[in-house]
Design a protein around this ligand. Structure first.
Ligand code: NAP
Length: 245
């Protein structure tokens, strides 16, 4: 148990797998109550079951598409109804789409921006008043090194993550005097299903050089432990030894 996290209530978007699952697990293990939200109901239920085995009765789940403001409101409301408030928001839900700019359909563009950028705004918009009622809170936005390094084929994804960085900095300035801290984390390659669209990694297959989702979760725990007088607003994380080019 972590005294900083006992009696705290967190919402983690995209908590059914990958980085979001690892963050939800770390928070619940250390004493927080956690509500996870993502779209696929079966995956979400399976994740909540697994988390409740590790941290009995500390995890709830709400089927949520972060592109829909009503669904986002329902997710935040669940944290209050079930656990009494909202202290921590982890904006993690995200999708990748990697195609040359002239091949991206308007629908694909909307899906990427809607999930990775507008979805974060919706969550902050719905969470901030609830945090104010608790006297403060902590918001984490999971960005990417793709939010500072553009690459060919990355127009939609780069735009969403560059945008998320600017959004995070402005939101930090808006919310700091309400005792709400905002940090954004820019990981490089993390070992998840993310880069395997339409499918999952083969079971047991992993690239030893990549960041583990648990390492991102550890960064979130470390930031939460930082004295409230200090805000580490931007964190870059990269594999120590990626394959040489
Ligand atoms: N993996 C990497 O190398 C890497 C590197 C840097 C940054 N990131 C960022 O880290 C975050 C998590 O990535 P990950 O690697 O853990 O991906 P992942 O394994 O594909 O998991 C993504 C999660 O987001 C959920 N999700 C997707 N669209 C959603 C929506 N519209 N509403 C609600 N939930 C949604 C997914 O569940 P459903 O599909 O069921 O909704 C799933 O729970 C993303 O923001 C990504 O951009 C990843």
């Amino acid at each position: 148990m972590d005294p900083n996290l006992e009696n705290k209530v967190a919402v983690v978007t995209g908590g059914s797998r990958g980085i979001g699952f690892a963050i939800a697990e770390a928070l619940a293990r250390h004493g927080a109550r956690v509500v996870i939200g993502s779209r696929n109901a079966a995956d979400l239920a399976q994740a909540a079951d697994a988390l409740n085995k590790l941290a009995p009765s500390r995890v709830d789940a709400v089927e949520t598409d972060v592109r829909d403001y009503k669904q986002v409101e329902r997710l935040m409301a669940r944290a209050e109804e079930r656990f009494g408030g909202l202290d921590i928001l982890v904006n993690n839900a995200g999708i990748g789409l990697f195609s040359p700019v002239e091949e991206i359909s308007p629908e694909e563009w909307d899906a990427v921006i809607g999930t990775n950028l507008t979805g974060c705004f919706y969550c902050v918009r719905a969470a901030a008043p609830r945090m104010k009622r608790r006297g403060g809170g902590y918001i984490f936005n999971i960005s990417s090194l793709a939010g500072k390094n553009a690459f060919a084929g990355g127009a939609a994804y780069n735009a969403s993550k560059f945008g998320l960085n600017g959004f995070s900095e402005a939101a930090m300035l808006d919310l700091r005097y309400d005792n709400i801290r905002v940090s954004y984390i820019l990981p490089g390659s993390v070992e998840t299903d993310f880069a395997h669209p339409g499918g999952k990694r083969e079971p047991g297959r992993r690239s030893s050089w990549k960041i583990d989702p648990e390492d991102v979760a550890q960064a979130v725990l470390d930031l939460l432990r930082t004295d409230p007088r200090t805000m580490i607003s931007r964190v870059e994380m990269r594999p120590s030894q990626p394959p040489r080019k």
